[in-house]
Design a protein around this ligand. Structure first.
Ligand SMILES: N[C@@H](CCC(=O)N[C@@H](CS)C(=O)NCC(=O)O)C(=O)O
Length: 213
């Protein structure tokens, strides 16, 4: 099995990068400078027609979409146990959480950061206001879930949902109300940021602005 990840520091590729490290897999990492538009280069568009990161070459075949890549990796490496097995009690809540994060929270984040780029700049404020409301509703929901002191989103075991959620929580760090201001999210984030693989992905991506003191 061979993997090459095309990533940008702190971008939607981060959860995939983190998972590859968490699973201790051998992979290549290729930096795409999205600030300079490298995601729109013809060569990259052949791999990822949307012109976005991440792209993961799996045995030479390109695939995109962060949540799908996390689920695919979990399926290809069941021994890492980052997804509940088919038929397990936690399988349905895991599927539900992955789709919720990918389908509700991630697009709201995209709207928050790209309102004036993906849409009409004149309407950007209204798009951002709605995005903010959706994002904060998601933090309310996850905060309530974690109020029973479960260590991970699905209960007792780390899963791809944690990697995706924590990456998204990181993105809120400069928002008016960052995820860290919700009490149960704050302690969850603290625990997740202490994971050696999270520390390592930050180091490899050169990120220093959202780590534990
Ligand atoms: N739904 C996609 C979203 C990917 C995405 O929006 N990536 C951003 C970085 S976080 C990107 O590539 N931005 C550059 C651009 O849109 O030009 C996923 O989850 O993989």
């Amino acid at each position: 099995m061979s993997y090459t990840l095309f990533y940008a520091p702190g971008a939607a590729s981060m959860a995939v990068h983190w998972m590859l490290i968490e699973m201790d897999l051998v992979f290549n990492a290729r930096l795409i400078d999205i600030d300079r538009g490298a995601q729109k280069a013809e060569e990259y568009l052949r791999l990822n027609p949307a012109g976005r990161v991440p792209t993961l070459l799996v045995d030479g075949v390109p695939h995109g979409e962060s949540a799908a890549l996390l689920m695919l990796l979990a399926e290809r490496h069941p021994q890492a146990a980052l997804a509940p097995a088919v038929g397990a009690r936690e399988r349905a809540p895991w599927l539900e959480m992955m789709v919720y994060l990918a389908n509700t929270l991630l697009p709201a984040m995209r709207d928050w950061f790209y309102a004036g780029v993906d849409g009409d700049p004149q309407g950007a404020d209204a798009v951002q206001a709605l995005a903010r409301r959706r994002i904060e509703k998601a933090w309310d929901r996850l905060n309530t879930l974690l109020a029973d002191d479960r260590p991970y989103l699905l209960g007792g075991a780390l899963s791809t949902a944690d990697l995706l959620a924590v990456m998204l929580m990181r993105w809120s760090r400069n928002m008016p109300r960052p995820a860290t201001t919700w009490p149960h999210l704050a302690s969850y984030i603290q625990r997740m940021r202490a994971r050696p693989a999270f520390v390592e992905v930050n180091a490899r991506e050169g990120l220093t602005d959202w780590s534990n003191p």
